[in-house]
Design a protein around this ligand. Structure first.
Ligand code: FE2
Ligand code: FE2
Length: 569
């Protein structure tokens, strides 16, 4: 199939050559179709206009000359962008009937039992149309399935090959069949019969039906994929989809774009050229949050956009866009779900160090916290699994993720409400966000002890920077902003940035300070100790220098005790 065929099907050209004027209604519809790559409603409306021109006052001699503006490639895109393939067949049938000026049309698929499934029909007797499946006892169809080629029959009554078994659904004597092929296998047939003009079918009609059949094949392929996705464990299926070597681009929904998970990634549109999916750069990722940009997606009714696959971080972003789905999937083990949630949190913080807009990071953190709470609050047995997946390795990304999970579980242990836990979780995951404003040297040091005096002073600024960054976003509650500012304050007034004491430090900030100490020591001691949590707690209790809130420390010890016991059970 050539580009010319795709751009301007011959049936359209024929109309185009007959006159120069175009009814404005149709012109408007054509423009709309061009502007909205996936707009199935407009496509339906266009199909209706083509089939019933009288309805809008087009007489026989009127023309639809500029119909050449219609780009079949775009119509095809609209067709294949629909997940529910069954809803597409009647539409495709309408297009083939109107495009070839036929009285009758059918679309059949062949199932694994070698039955024909009637997916769409027009102009055939009711008792045939109401049958949903047939045995393949029709020689014509058998011929198409075997040969895989289109077939024009000028007079079915005179054709020696098929004389004996004219199918019930054929009215008149002319008929055209075109196979729908997936990977060279015939999986269905598009057929039209009885041209209203009385002419026989020609090469132009064949090419037009072939175009529609190609899109039908892609839609069927997509639908098989989505069936496969429905039938398995969500996490496994998403992983399979990601690692399938054939998929170099991943579909993302508009929702995921809103949540900012794909910020920083270039976005692509998919289009079909010569039967192959091509991906065209649509916009650079860093411009995602512009309202105008988002609006342009909505206006064009684009609900699927693609991102190029690119390593583990991209994989985690992809999982992040689907996390609300897989955390609820009972067929995925608790351990797997916990690990994925943990990795996603670390990845969000990792992204924060890549100059991604802070508002995008905040939105992702809020989404993550909500999902984690949904996971945690349903059943207590998830707590132990979450604690088990924490990695104490001194990396800044893992540091925040470890603390956020511990913080939410500890807050839950203390009896905090869901709303309070959401604030605490958001604040803790973002508590060191101010460090993204510092030089890489300073933030990459595993422990502040290794920093020079000058670097230590610079590092301290992260608390104020974090508060500033978070306060600018009205969606971040004040207590969460305070966590960023106060998490290095100590109860005895020896902390920073303000050196405030006791009750002046918000309880959430006191919890975060304790978690910060615990996490740092765990990261150091995990390398040497067999039972690091015990040693770390022992050390913290022994220290008791007034820097920590003793009441919170006691409760934290009993919380960990419960959780660690649950792990060993
Ligand atoms: Fe900090
Ligand atoms: Fe920290």
């Amino acid at each position: 199939m050539t580009m010319n065929t795709l751009k301007m099907p011959v049936y359209i050209k024929r109309y185009a050559e007959s006159s120069k004027d175009l009814n404005t209604e149709i012109q408007k519809e054509l423009k709309n179709v061009q502007e909205s790559l996936s707009d199935i409603k407009r496509l339906t409306s266009l199909s209706h206009l083509l089939r019933y021109p009288d309805a809008i006052g087009i007489r026989n001699n009127d023309s639809i000359a500029n119909i050449k503006d219609l780009n079949v490639k775009e119509v095809g895109h609209a067709l294949i962008s629909q997940i529910e393939v069954d809803r597409l067949f009647p539409l495709m049938n309408n297009l083939t009937i109107s495009g070839t000026g036929s009285a009758t049309g059918i679309i059949v698929l062949i199932n694994s039992n070698n039955e024909l499934l009637l997916k769409a029909s027009e102009g055939i007797a009711n008792h045939i149309a109401s049958n949903k499946s047939f045995r393949i006892n029709d020689n014509i169809l058998k011929w198409i399935i075997k040969n895989g080629n289109p077939l024009i029959v000028n007079d079915i009554n005179k054709d020696p090959r098929f004389k004996q078994d004219q199918s019930d659904w054929i009215l008149g004597k002319t008929i055209l069949y075109v196979p729908i092929k997936v990977k060279e296998k015939v999986v269905g047939i598009v057929s039209v019969s009885n041209k209203k003009s009385g002419d026989v079918y020609g090469a132009a009609d064949v090419r037009f039906l072939e175009t529609i059949a190609t899109y039908a094949a892609i839609a069927i392929g997509n639908s098989h994929l989505s069936e496969r996705l429905k039938n398995g464990n969500a996490l496994e299926q998403l992983t399979l989809n990601y690692y399938d070597e054939k998929n170099r681009y991943l579909p993302a929904t508009l929702r995921s774009i809103k949540s900012g998970a794909f910020a920083g990634c270039d976005l692509y549109l998919q289009t079909i050229v010569n039967n192959e999916a091509k991906h065209l750069l649509y916009c650079k990722g860093f411009k995602l949050l512009e309202d105008e940009r988002k609006e342009s997606f909505v206006k064009k009714n684009i609900n699927r956009i693609y991102v190029a696959k690119n390593g583990t971080e991209q994989y985690l972003r992809y999982m992040e866009t689907n996390m609300d789905r897989f955390v609820r999937d009972e067929t995925v083990s608790l351990q797997e779900r916990a690990r994925m949630l943990y990795d996603i949190a670390s990845n969000i913080i990792k992204d924060a160090y890549k100059n991604i807009d802070i508002n995008v990071i905040i939105e992702r953190v809020r989404d993550w916290t909500t999902t984690l709470l949904d996971f945690v609050l349903v059943n207590q047995d998830k707590h132990a699994h979450l604690i088990k997946v924490l990695k104490y390795n001194g990396k800044v990304f893992n540091h925040s993720a470890n603390m956020a999970i511990l913080g939410i579980l500890f807050g839950h242990y203390l009896g905090y409400s869901k709303k309070e836990l959401a604030i605490l979780g958001t604040g803790i995951l973002l508590h060191d966000i101010g460090a993204t404003c510092l030089s890489t040297n300073t933030i990459e040091e595993e422990t502040p002890e290794k920093l020079s005096k000058q670097e230590k002073e610079t590092y301290k600024k992260h608390a104020e920077f974090g508060f500033f960054l978070l306060s600018k976003n009205t969606l971040v509650p004040e207590e969460a902003c305070l966590i960023a500012r106060q998490h290095h304050e100590q109860l005895n007034g020896k902390g920073y940035p303000e050196g405030i004491i006791g009750e002046k430090i918000h309880p959430y900030s006191r919890i975060t300070h304790l978690l910060d100490e615990y996490e740092r020591q765990m990261s150091t001691d995990s390398k040497y100790e067999q039972n690091p949590a015990f040693k770390v707690l022992q050390h913290m209790v022994g220290k008791m220098d007034g820097s920590l809130d003793n009441d919170i420390l006691k409760k934290f010890i009993s919380f960990l005790n419960t959780s660690i016991n649950a792990i060993s059970i």
